[in-house]
Design a protein around this ligand. Structure first.
Ligand code: CAA
Length: 241
């Protein structure tokens, strides 16, 4: 039986590439999404991957959504916490709403999604949790105090949980993408992108969603069983730790 993978924010951007790559690698995939029905329907038509709508920012919705996916596809073996949003702004202009929205989705979302799955993975002695953090959680980014804080939190969460899961066959890893050519990055003002970001990427281009998806496929596989608590940077050399 194919292993079951759930990808949050899995119908657009990096998430769509991850869902597709896992599907092509033989997993039974469910793609969660929060808002864009049209994009989700199109994604489902094009890939055959079932889509499920709920917000990762809401714990009860996550519990209910996960229950539904497990009823449809079976117990979830692989969770990719990919869903993320930006509400960029210099801190002196940042509202409480901008702060809370990003923390609720990008950090609390990891608790909301992982907690309901954790006990089942422990019982089955197998699990793969892959958290999509960001280069900006590693280095900090002006205009992103909220996002950088959440993404740095994702790395701490990964390292703590990896220690708890290790003896139960559950690996927990983070991937830190750099600037990838998705809608999120294309929303950055062109002048900022050209002047302040692109010149600092040594490989001299934005990354492609598929380049992140291939990292996920590796971390989801049995081949990666000795890798846990790690942070895999995929950023074109922009930031090295
Ligand atoms: N890196 C370096 N410098 C930056 C910067 C960045 N990412 N963003 C802004 N700046 C600089 C600008 O170039 C500008 O410098 P100058 O005064 O020398 O021209 C200065 O900061 C002020 O910027 P703005 O004039 O744009 O100020 P604003 O108040 O109008 O807008 C902002 C502020 C909303 C933060 C806007 O600059 C912005 O959107 N910046 C991009 C922030 C960013 O990098 N977001 C990443 C989004 S992609 C992502 O998050 C995915 C991921 O994981 C990598």
């Amino acid at each position: 039986m194919a292993r079951v993978a759930l990808v949050t924010g899995g119908s657009r951007g990096i998430g769509a590439a991850i869902s597709t790559a896992l599907h092509q690698a033989g997993y039974s995939v469910a793609a969660n999404y929060a808002g864009n029905d049209e994009a989700a329907a199109k994604f489902k038509d094009q890939t055959g991957i079932p889509v499920y709508k709920w917000s990762v920012a809401d714990f009860e919705s996550c519990e209910a959504g996960i229950k539904q996916v497990e009823a449809d596809l079976g117990a979830i073996d692989i969770l990719v916490n990919n869903a993320g949003i930006t509400r960029d702004g210099m801190f002196h202009k940042m509202s409480l709403d901008q702060w809370k929205a990003v923390i609720d989705t990008n950090l609390n979302g990891l608790f909301n999604m992982t907690r309901p799955l954790w006990e089942g993975m422990r019982e089955r002695n197998f699990g793969r949790i892959i958290n999509i953090s960001s280069i900006n959680g590693q280095k900090g980014q002006m205009g992103q105090a909220n996002y950088s804080a959440a993404k740095a939190g994702d790395i701490g969460f990964t390292k703590a949980l990896a220690q708890e899961g290790a003896r139960k066959g559950i690996t927990v890893n983070a991937i830190c993408p750099g600037y990838i050519g998705t809608e999120m990055v294309r929303a950055v003002p062109e002048e900022v992108l050209n002047k302040s970001i692109l010149p600092y990427i040594p490989v001299n281009r934005l990354g492609e969603p598929e380049e992140i998806a291939r990292c996920v496929v590796f971390l989801a596989s049995d081949d990666s069983g000795f890798i846990t608590g790690s942070t895999l940077s995929a950023n074109g050399g922009q930031y090295m730790i």
